[in-house]
Design a protein around this ligand. Structure first.
Ligand code: C5P
Length: 224
């Protein structure tokens, strides 16, 4: 069988990364969380007070940003490094989640991230999830999946996940953040979130992880 590229896109908290990680382990492929790159860039902007409405400041900051993914044997997934610091945890903070969609809407930021994402896919054998993977990063991906789930299900999933590290978080805060990000992500000018014409729809509102994985593995087998 040939190694392929699997592109997984969808709204926030549809369970893209969960399925993408498991799929990569099962196939022996690399997994890249493209959203983590936008989060790492946002973290850098926040820490360094970069005014992201100022084009020159954004370009200068991007010149100082170096992002790498390092495979972690224990978690069987990659940690993300921002200029040699492991930022896998701080990028999950609500402070970052609140700003990331605004940062990800900036053209220069997208070009920077997409160029690196394309390089990571050169050897195939990769699962990447995000918002524009099937439409922009890998328009020729052998398999494109577009994930959707009931909004109430998504809010509860993300709430449980965030509550584990931040006991003060409320369901309303999580709902508000998801609605805001979905709105910005799907209405921005630069590569807005949408289902690519050739992407297969996966609605996982009432599917177990195992059912989702079986379904996607079946799609991979048909294409590799
Ligand atoms: O996937 P995650 O929810 O961590 O992504 C965080 C944010 O990064 C998204 O809300 C979106 O604004 C942005 N993003 C993007 N394009 C991608 C992946 C993420 O614009 N391919």
């Amino acid at each position: 069988t040939n190694k392929i590229i699997v592109a997984i896109d969808g709204f926030s908290s549809c369970g893209k990364s969960t399925i993408a990680k498991q799929l990569a382990v099962r196939l022996g492929y690399a997994y890249i969380d493209s959203g983590a790159m936008y989060r790492a860039i946002t973290l850098y902007f926040l820490r360094n007070g970069v005014n992201y409405n100022n084009h020159d400041e954004v370009v200068a900051a991007l010149n100082d940003i170096h992002i790498t993914f390092v495979f972690n044997e224990d978690s069987k997934t990659s940690d993300i490094y921002l200029n040699d610091e492991d930022v896998s945890l701080p990028i999950r903070d609500m402070l970052v989640a609140d700003k990331v969609s605004q940062v990800a809407a900036i053209k220069e930021v997208r070009h920077f991230a997409v160029a690196q994402q394309k390089r990571l896919g050169r050897k195939k054998g990769i699962v990447m999830d995000g918002r524009d993977i099937g439409s922009v990063v890998f328009p020729d991906a052998e398999l494109k999946v577009f994930m959707v789930a009931d909004p109430a299900v998504r809010v509860m999933r993300r709430f449980k996940e965030m509550h584990a590290t931040n006991p003060h978080i409320t369901i309303d805060e999580v709902r508000h953040n998801l609605e805001l990000r979905d709105y910005i992500d799907s209405t921005r000018e630069e590569s807005p979130l949408h289902q690519a014409k050739d992407a297969l729809l996966l609605d996982n509102s009432s599917m177990t992880r195992e059912e989702q994985l079986d379904k996607v593995i079946g799609w991979v087998k048909e294409r590799s």
